[in-house]
Design a protein. Structure first.
Length: 294
């Protein structure tokens, strides 16, 4: 066997270097070229966020990855995605491949299996479904947000006008004044309450004394013989009734004195004559009094 030429060594080293470079790039992408796998095709309408080496998971466990993608221009520009699935993974018919893109932009294809006993062969095509995530929802919301921006700008302009209005400054000054007045009123109320707290024990003692006195008076009332008192009052009332009857009767002296008109007239005449006599005595005392001096 002859010696290997220098050119042969360089060629073999170059081939090994290319192989190592390819393996290294594949390894960095997550592709293990030495691991046996089956290839499946999944058709997506939109693969935004999906990249080569995106993991394929089942119940959170990685069972494969995306090996490549191509655009199918003959069937509505759908995207054919090739999946390298681990050897031994069987996909039941009716299973779904769901593309999910997180808020941070990382994508995952989740396999949702069916209960069918039949399995999909590597030559069959699987229909993929894109899960509506936060990014898609944000894309749908953006038009509405753009319509709200002018309204928000108008509201902010109105708030700026209100804040810079002199009336607002005056209102704040009035509120400050009211707050100061309330503070003074609160201080006065605290002073009044402090004075009241000092007087409350005295007032309470007085009320207690009054209550005690009322209790004593009540006891005295309870000790009064109400039956005897009622009898005395009844006897007095009867005596007054008898006196009133005697005064109204013409048989008694008091009744005759009060009810006899002629007697009344005589007494009036007598009093009148007595008055005239006293007047005459006063005017002419010599007629009635004779004084002689020896």
């Amino acid at each position: 066997m002859g010696k290997i030429s220098k050119e042969m060594k360089i060629g073999m080293a170059f081939i090994i270097a290319i192989f190592l470079l390819y393996y290294g790039i594949s390894f960095l992408k997550g592709i293990n070229i030495f691991r046996p796998s089956n290839s499946y095709m999944v058709v997506f309408d939109n693969v935004e966020g999906l990249t080569q080496a995106t993991p394929v998971t089942l119940n959170g466990y990685q069972i494969g990855l995306v090996s490549s993608m191509s655009l199918d221009t003959k069937h509505g520009n759908k995207v054919i995605t090739y999946l390298d699935m681990n050897k031994g993974i069987k996909i039941p018919k009716g299973s779904k491949m769901i593309l999910d893109v997180s808020m941070l932009g990382s994508a995952t294809i989740m396999m949702e299996t069916s209960n069918s006993a039949e399995v999909i062969s590597p030559s069959d095509t699987i229909v993929g479904i894109r899960n509506k995530g936060m990014i898609d929802a944000a894309g749908n919301i953006m038009p509405s947000v753009q319509q709200l921006i002018p309204k928000i700008d108008s509201i902010l302009s109105g708030l700026n006008a209100v804040i810079n209005s002199p009336a607002m400054a005056q209102s704040l000054s009035d509120v400050n004044q009211i707050t100061g007045d309330l503070a003074k009123t609160t201080k006065q109320l605290n002073t009044m309450m402090a004075a009241l707290n000092k007087d409350v024990p005295t007032i309470t003692g007085n009320l207690s004394q009054v209550s005690t006195d009322l209790t004593g008076v009540s006891k005295q009332f309870n000790q009064i013989d109400m039956v005897s008192t009622y009898k005395s009052v009844d006897a007095t009332v009867k005596s007054l009734e008898n006196l009133s009857a005697q005064m109204n009767s013409k048989d008694g002296s008091l009744g005759l004195l009060l009810n006899d008109r002629q007697l009344y007239d005589s007494i009036v005449n007598t009093m009148s004559n007595a008055s005239l006599l006293l007047k005459d005595v006063k005017d002419n005392p010599s007629r009635y009094i004779n004084v002689k001096v020896f």
